[in-house]
Design a protein around this ligand. Structure first.
Ligand SMILES: NC(=O)c1ccc[n+]([C@@H]2O[C@H](COP(=O)([O-])OP(=O)(O)OC[C@H]3O[C@@H](n4cnc5c(N)ncnc54)[C@H](OP(=O)(O)O)[C@@H]3O)[C@@H](O)[C@H]2O)c1
Length: 315
């Protein structure tokens, strides 16, 4: 496993990290989820992403339990706030203080390494959010701050408040071979300002593994076939998308790597991406995905990937 510096922080995160949306505390049994966490540590993954809202606190509770036996400084833990939960929502001063304490209690720890705004809150003045988050850092409850899916304009506004408030070190956008919107504005802006990307759904929720075939029902046991999780995958169930993904199969085979590894190496070709956050429902997936670290893709391969998905890529 290789590691990269997270923005201007002193955190060195594994290039492949473990996510927990839909899986932990919810879609995947606790025994399977525990086996995934154990496999991740065995393979050198040191970075785990969660959120207060995942399984309504269940993902944090699960992680609090399984991480309790490990030394706190042996892993880097990221969580988030913003989305509605038990009648609460947003990034007001009151919410920031309430949600960090609730997350820390569920996670059974005194601090998170990274506290992220899950989205931008248009109903709270940015100064109020940033001042509250800065107090959270000064109280030692979070080491660093990040955001997810903020626009370039919102990121610039937050940077303009520094050094009066803590500076963000990470950005968590959706980014994959199929979804490249962050390349337009967010990545260039973050590069200039010591902010790394930690990207979500780098496998397009499993679609980029090639396991979903055009014209075929998803196999039992996959996210797309799951009643609990499949709702989130509509836009990747389009046959044109699935046909484009199948055109990547010979490219991965020619390199002697798996489709998942090709997709993860592709996001990591961008030096501003510090880590690909990957969900997993079983340890064999974690093992395969860990192999996506340390693969260099040459120009001809990158061009072949672009050609294969040209008609479906979202930019
Ligand atoms: N900030 C945000 O708004 C946001 C949004 C979404 C996600 N996230 C974060 O990003 C993480 C990753 O996103 P994601 O889980 O949506 O997408 P993903 O990592 O692209 O896909 C994960 C799913 O793909 C399947 N999979 C993984 N590895 C595989 C392999 N080697 N072979 C075959 N199938 C494999 C598994 O599902 P099955 O086995 O069930 O098919 C797994 O749960 C989340 O866990 C979360 O921490 C953040």
């Amino acid at each position: 496993m290789r590691y990269r510096r997270l923005g201007s922080s002193d955190l060195e995160v594994s290039e492949i990290s473990l996510g927990s949306w839909l899986t932990f505390g919810g879609g995947v049994s606790n025994a399977q989820a525990e086996a995934c966490v154990a496999k991740a540590f065995e393979l050198g993954m040191n970075f785990i992403d969660t959120a207060n809202v995942y399984s309504s606190g269940g993902a944090e509770e699960f992680l609090g339990e399984v991480l309790a036996t490990r030394p706190r400084d042996s892993y880097i833990l990221a969580t988030k706030l913003y989305f509605p939960m038990n009648g609460d929502r947003g990034l007001s001063r009151e919410q920031v203080f309430k949600q960090i304490d609730a997350s820390l209690a569920r996670l059974r720890t005194d601090y998170v390494d990274l506290y992220q705004c899950h989205r931008y809150d248009v109903e709270t003045p940015l100064e109020e959010t940033m001042e509250a988050l800065t107090e959270v850092v000064r109280q030692g409850k979070a080491r660093y701050l990040g955001f997810s899916e903020w626009t370039a304009e919102q990121i610039r506004a937050a940077l303009a408040l520094v050094p009066r408030v803590e500076k963000f070190v990470s950005s968590q956008p959706q980014y994959s071979i199929l979804y490249r919107v962050p390349e337009r504005e967010v990545i260039p802006l973050c590069k200039e300002n010591g902010i790394s990307q930690i990207v979500w759904s780098p496998l397009a929720q499993g679609t980029l593994t090639g396991k979903y075939k055009p014209g075929e029902e998803p196999a039992a046991g996959t996210r797309a076939a799951s009643q609990q999780m499949g709702w989130s995958m509509d836009r990747f169930r389009d046959d044109d998308v699935l046909r484009a993904v199948q055109r990547l199969v010979p490219i991965a085979a020619g390199l002697g790597i798996t489709m998942a590894q090709l997709a993860l190496a592709w996001v990591l070709r961008e030096e501003n991406v510090a880590s690909a956050i990957v969900g997993a429902s079983r340890p064999s997936q974690v093992e395969e995905n860990a192999g996506g670290s340390g693969i260099e893709l040459d120009e001809a391969t990158l061009q072949a990937i672009d050609d294969a998905v040209a008609d479906v890529v979202v930019r």
